[in-house]
Structure formats: structure tokens, C-alpha cells
Design a protein around this ligand. Structure first.
Ligand SMILES: Nc1ncnc2c1ncn2[C@@H]1O[C@H](COP(=O)(O)OP(=O)(O)OP(=O)(O)O)[C@@H](O)[C@H]1O
Ligand SMILES: [Mg+2]
Length: 502
């Protein structure tokens, strides 16, 4: 007769229930695991055998058949060690079975019976509670991230012996407690950036309306510095956003184990040698940089150096704010709603247009380089700003720039206008507006419309450029008083749009 222990497996950030069925037929000793186990699960035999012995129990001296049901669902990861070990002991009559039907077990075992953390603990706990489970046993090191899920009891275990004693009623497993986990990026502040008023303003508009931003400027003018401070002016994380981020980072295995909910917005800055798969998601269905940057910032430094194909794949997530991966291993869906901030030098040597430093590039070289900064992706960047070299006065001045907390107040206010405006729709911020909704939301005054018409005529802007301009103007107005878009808002927005052409 098969004995059943409940567990879960991951498909992207979604968890699926899996029954671990264990049978011990009277045949020659061997352990067989069936039901599409991944290679890490096939290896679990060795870990489970040693862990059971190290916990003072004996591994059955007969055939051990483990079936992971449903058999057609691919299972990955090392989290099945614990349910397999519990199932074997249960089937062999070495532990009491009363608590087993109402509990979900997950955890990797080491040879000495210790429980190691698993990837995606919070995602698995969310899924477990959605499937109506009441209790989940997790390795202590990752249990605190799952503790945020309120309608499920999360028990944390240090090793297999703790679990055995708990099953036998010889001891209690502690309930996991919620912890938060802030990254060093939260210590950065915009006040450290001297001067650069235009770039700071562009950063604020980008944060307020969810727009993408491209900064062009010579080396050392503060582009990277500004971009790294973008998360500090974005609105505070809501509890739902914090759970979403933690869920993705946990599945990716980049959450510091032993710590809980992520408190700060992610800032991802992949190297320019990154591949398309690294940005979008790889063959093992792990999330790519666009998903790791979800609810935060994806910073592409040295944009011109990125592989063209890698850059082109960003168009999908920028438009749809999520990624669907279809690979040999299965399919996965990851959210990918991020603020794109990109930076580049104006030419290969970096000093084209610099007031004092001579540029060493030939005009042809500069042209070729600038061509790499055009194309469908850059066309989708709402705000393009030329960051000037920082003046000596600004650099030596005692007075620091405006603090992130102040700027964030204005950003919050602008977001509030947007929340009220979009309350009946799925739209979150101005950058997401499409089609007729842009004109409707902008509600431009006759003077603003007239200026818009003249700007389009003079510069021959494309339909998309027109839409982008109006969206940025909408955000500038939201940073003002949130009323109809005025001519002055169009004027400022068009300056960000046309900077590259000048
Ligand atoms: N506006 C500024 N205010 C204060 N410090 C600055 C400013 N700009 C640059 N710095 C100083 O110079 C360092 C380099 O700046 P940063 O890396 O942001 O330049 P960059 O524009 O990204 O250059 P590159 O084009 O070479 O990447 C910063 O770490 C900071 O110490
Ligand atoms: Mg830089």
C-alpha cells in the first residue's frame, strides 16, 4: 500500500501540489523514483539514505518506490528530500502518521540530516495556501520569508530529527516569524548628487510617471550615481509589491537565506555582455534580469555596448510588463514591470560635446556610435536627457542636493493623482497609457494643443513620439497640480524628447 506525503513543486513563480507516494514492496533492495523527477531529485536517494541513518532511524532493507504525482508534471529542485524521507519512514512504520495528511513538507537534506534552505519558499507557501493547505514545514533558514503568508501555519525545522520528534509528538516545531530584509541600496540618497538639476528633474519625472529614461553624458558626470538613486525616490513598496519581489528573488535563489521579506525596490544593473536569455529568462526557466527588476529599476549602463539582439528582446516586457517563457522544461510566466534607466557616453571616447575636454573620435566614428543608440528600444524611451559635465562650483559647494525623501513626497503626490485618475482601469501610471486614453488623460488646454501641433510640424515627429510626448507632459502636470496639460508642460516634455536630435 502506498503512503502519501504532500509537497509542492515550482513552475516559474507558481507552485503546484505534488503527492509523494511511497511503497515498500518485498523485493530486492533498491530505490526507484518515478514521476518526471529532475536530476537533483534523482540524486536525493543518497542524501535521504544518509540523513535517515544520521537521524537514528534505519533505511528500509527492501525495494523503495517513490512516485511523484501527478506523473506528467516535471519536478525540479531539491525540496523533495524531506517529503521523500518522511514518506519512507511513514511507510516503514518508523514515525506516527496522524499529522502527515494535513501538512505540506519541503526541504533539502544534507547527509547529516540538517535541513538546507530551498529556492522559492514564499512562492510555494503562497501556492500551498491557495490550494487550501493549513500547515507547511520548511527549513528554518527560509521559513521566515514564508511567514508573511497569513492564512497558513509555517513551521520551521532545523533538521530531520526535529521533524521526526514533532510527528511522534515528542517535541514542537517553532512557528516561523516574519523578518524584513533591506539591501544597501536603501542607504543611498539623491542629496549626494551635486548640481545636475536637469538630470535630477528627468529622474523625478521618470519616477513620478513610470517613464523610461536615457542619460547621455561624458565620463564621470554622475549618470550611474543618479540611476542608482532612482529606487530611493520611487514610492514606498506596498506589502503586495514586497511579496511579489520576494517571490521572484526567492525562486531565482538570490534572496539572502535566513532573512525574510524584501523591503527595498530592486536595482538591477546587468553587465553589457549579458545575453538575451540572461535578460528575459534562461533555459531552466529561472527569471531573467527584467523580472528580477520587477517593481524596481533595470539599469543598462553603457547602452551602446549591449548586444543588439539582447536589447531588442526588451521590447516585449516593456510593452506587456510580463514575460512568458517556453522552454524544453516547460513554461513559466514572470511579472516584469520595471523602470528602465539607460546611460551612455555621447561617443566612443566619451567627450563629444564636452566644453573643455577634446573629443578624439572622427565624425564617422561618432555617427556609427550614435546609430547604436537609436532603434526600436531607444524609440520607446520617453525621457532622453543630456547630462552636462559637472561644474567646479557645483562640485565644491558645501550645500548638498535635495534629499530623496523630499523628492519622493512629490512623486507620491503625482502618483496619487494617477491613482485617482485610473481607479476604474488596470493602468497604474501615465507611462502605461495607450491609444485614445492618452489624449483623454492629458486633457490638454487649447494653447497646449496648439503648441503640440506646432512642435509636431517643426520636428516631424512619429505617431509614437507624439504619444510619448503627451504622456510625459501628463506626468509633468501631475508633478505640478494634476490639472489639464498646459502649454508649459508640453514645452518641457518636448525638450526631453528632442535632446538627442540636437
Ligand atoms: N554630480 C555629482 N555629484 C557628486 N559627485 C559626483 C557627481 N558626478 C560624479 N560624481 C563623482 O564621480 C564618481 C563617478 O560618477 P559616475 O560613475 O556616476 O559617472 P558616470 O557619468 O556614470 O561616468 P561613466 O560615463 O564613466 O560611466 C561618483 O562616484 C561620484 O563620486
Ligand atoms: Mg557610469
Amino acid at each position: 500500500m502506498a503512503h502519501i506525503v504532500h509537497s509542492m513543486t515550482l513552475a516559474g513563480i507558481e507552485g503546484m501540489p505534488v503527492s509523494v507516494e511511497v511503497d515498500l514492496p518485498r523485493r530486492l533492495p533498491a530505490t526507484i523514483i518515478v514521476g518526471l523527477p529532475g536530476s537533483a531529485i534523482r540524486e536525493s536517494t543518497h542524501r535521504v539514505r544518509s540523513a535517515i541513518s544520521a537521524s537514528g532511524k534505519s533505511y528500509p532493507k527492501r525495494r523503495v518506490v517513490v512516485n511523484l504525482a501527478p506523473a506528467n508534471l516535471p519536478k525540479v529542485g531539491t525540496s523533495f528530500d524531506l517529503p521523500i524521507a518522511v514518506g519512507i519512514l511513514f511507510a516503514d512504520g518508523q514515525v506516527a502518521g496522524e499529522k502527515i495528511p494535513n501538512t505540506i513538507f519541503m526541504g533539502e537534506l544534507s547527509l547529516d540530516g540538517k535541513l538546507r534552505p530551498i529556492d522559492g519558499a514564499i512562492a510555494l507557501a503562497i501556492a500551498a495556501s491557495e490550494f487550501g493547505a493549513k500547515r507547511i514545514v520548511l527549513p528554518a533558514e527560509c521559513a521566515s520569508e514564508a511567514a508573511v503568508i497569513e492564512d497558513i501555519e509555517v513551521l520551521s525545522a532545523e533538521n530531520l530529527i526535529d521533524v521526526i520528534n514533532w510527528l511522534d509528538g515528542d517535541g514542537e516545531l517553532p512557528t516561523a516569524t516574519l523578518q524584513t530584509n533591506s539591501t544597501p541600496s536603501s542607504k543611498l540618497d539623491l542629496s549626494e548628487v551635486r548640481g545636475q538639476h536637469r538630470a535630477r528633474r528627468a529622474l523625478e519625472i521618470a519616477a513620478a510617471g513610470g517613464h523610461n529614461l536615457l542619460m547621455i553624458g561624458s565620463p564621470g558626470c554622475g549618470k550611474t550615481m543618479l540611476a542608482a538613486r532612482m529606487p530611493t525616490i520611487l514610492p514606498m513598496l506596498t506589502p503586495e509589491e514586497a511579496i511579489e519581489i520576494t517571490r521572484i528573488h526567492s525562486v531565482a535563489g538570490i534572496l539572502p537565506h535566513g532573512r525574510g521579506l524584501t523591503e527595498s525596490r530592486p536595482f538591477r544593473s546587468p553587465h553589457h555582455s549579458i545575453s538575451a536569455a540572461g535578460l528575459i529568462g534562461n533555459a531552466h526557466l529561472k527569471p531573467g534580469e527584467v523580472s528580477l527588476a520587477h517593481n524596481g529599476v533595470l539599469f543598462l549602463d553603457e547602452l551602446a555596448e549591449f548586444n543588439r539582439r539582447a536589447i531588442e528582446v526588451l521590447r516585449g516586457p516593456l510593452e506587456h510588463r510580463e514575460v512568458h517563457l517556453t522552454r524544453a522544461q516547460g513554461t513559466a510566466r514572470y511579472p516584469a514591470s520595471f523602470s528602465l534607466v539607460a546611460a551612455a557616453n555621447p561617443c566612443p571616447c566619451g567627450y563629444s560635446g564636452h566644453p573643455t575636454h577634446p573629443c578624439m573620435c572622427t565624425p564617422a566614428k561618432v555617427d556609427r556610435y550614435r546609430q547604436r543608440l537609436s532603434g526600436p528600444l531607444v524609440d520607446r524611451i520617453d525621457l532622453q536627457v543630456w547630462v552636462q559635465p559637472i561644474g567646479a562650483n557645483d562640485l565644491v559647494q558645501e550645500q548638498s542636493g535635495e534629499a530623496s525623501s523630499n523628492v519622493r513626497l512629490r512623486v507620491n503626490k503625482a502618483r496619487e493623482y494617477q491613482r485617482t485618475r485610473f481607479q476604474e482601469t488596470d493602468t497604474v501610471c501615465n507611462a502605461e497609457l495607450q491609444g485614445d486614453a492618452i489624449r483623454e488623460a492629458a486633457d490638454p488646454t487649447p494653447e497646449a494643443l496648439d503648441l503640440l501641433r506646432r512642435t509636431l510640424d517643426t520636428h516631424g515627429l512619429s505617431g509614437r513620439a507624439w504619444a510619448r510626448l503627451l504622456k510625459v507632459a501628463r506626468t509633468i502636470s501631475d508633478l505640478d497640480k494634476g490639472g489639464p496639460v498646459q502649454a508649459e508642460h508640453i514645452l518641457e516634455a518636448s525638450a526631453y524628447r528632442l535632446e538627442m536630435a540636437s
